[in-house]
Design a protein around this ligand. Sequence first.
Ligand code: NA7
Length: 466
Amino acid sequence: MVKDVLVIGCGPSGMAQVNALAGVDEVNVRCFEMNDEIGGLWTWTDKVGDCHGSMYRYHQTNGLNEFLEFENYSFLEHFGHLITSYPPRAVMLDYLKGWTRKMGGDRFVTLNRKVTSVVYDDETSKFTVVSHDTKTDARHLDYFDNVVVCNGHFSVPNWVPPFKGMSDYKGMVIHAHSFRDAQDFQGMDVMLVGNGYSGEDIAMQCVKFGAKSATITYRSQPAHAESGFLDWPITERKLPTHFDAASGEFKFAEGQGLKPDAVIYCTGYKHTFPFLSEPLQLRTPNRLVPNTLWKGIVHPDNTKLYFVGMPDQYYTFTMFFAQAIFVKGCLEGKVAFPSKAEMLSDTAAWQVKEDEAHASGEHAQHHQLQLAHTNDACSLVGYKMRDDGDLLCQWQDDRHRNILKYRDCTAPSKVDGTVSLVYNVPWTQMFTDDKVSYLAWCKSQTQELVKVGTITLPQLAAPRAG
Ligand code: NA7
């Protein structure tokens, strides 16, 4: 019997799922995406507030793109020439869209369609799904045998309690979710709360585009104690203790107070599924092995409900595709689901391993755990995710060596062995995110390298970049 399957969201996870299911005869797949284009996190809007995206202008990827590259779709196949390892956001979006066109997943997507309710009916064994057309507000009612949740988890800010006295602070206060353009902070002293990847990158963006200084405040430990930010006016300090209205300063346990013009909370995001009915909810912090989900994917109370892209991430695109292949296997009846108790105990055992990896303090143990956990699922359907441990270690080493220069580094492709280009403008001086001029330069540079015999490239079909 053909199964009606709904994929919710068409960011990289949803794309992976529709692509994995394209051409599967037993499945009639549809995907509802509330945006007016596919790409999720990789799309950009200047809208703030009640919107899904958390992307900011001028963002260049902050992980080596070689560990994002799909085994069945090289960058070379897409662009027709080499690119750099940390391209502008729009270039990655172009690649993702090209992959989805090639795989045929795009034909299942309905844009401007926001899912507002998903309820499971025990009598019919189907999900009742209510969705709205965001342009016309027309309401739709559909029934599905299976649902795959791919709505991402970098949209809803994890606001933390304000500092004591903060209500007297008169400067700008936003969460990273609403950070759109570093140029808005020119001439300002900025304080960041939280020193994860957002805190680090938003601080660097602000200073690069003209902020006077950035102070990254941390709760647990400094992230850049060894290498620092060289001569850039970026410092890391332990969180302030309170805001002092009399002096207009945030006060710290040690050292001088700080009078920032703006405070940006970079305190992470919350997994949120407002459209799922209570029995279908997933409640988890952002961790490598999410709470309760069997193999990081299957809801233990309803094995017809899957989540793709929910773990905290070292691996991203390739992991989403691996998870999507596992879901495909579930839909094809290849996976025998154990009892709920067995599923929960399997998840708990993986979480113990995750805790051990955290305790070790070794970066490599985290991504090794993610690889092992994903491949544990994939082994049930005869698939294996590529091991990019060496690239992940290189990326971390490059960052530690020089946080301002890691985006100028190169790496070999695991798919076709080609080595990425060094861009003619270093990241510290790149003030545009223009895709067209970036790709034009990459194309002419590749042609030049071929002409002088520095490289040879495999014979290619016409590129699919759009
Ligand atoms: P992350 O990686 O979740 O980082 C959140 C940061 O916020 C981290 O430094 C936390 O400190 C800090 N935090 C959390 N709660 C508080 C409170 N109450 N007070 C102060 N600081 C706090 O989010 P990002 O947005 O940086 O990165 C998003 C994803 O990008 C990330 O998950 C990766 O997958 C890539 P902690 O270290 O926990 O003490």
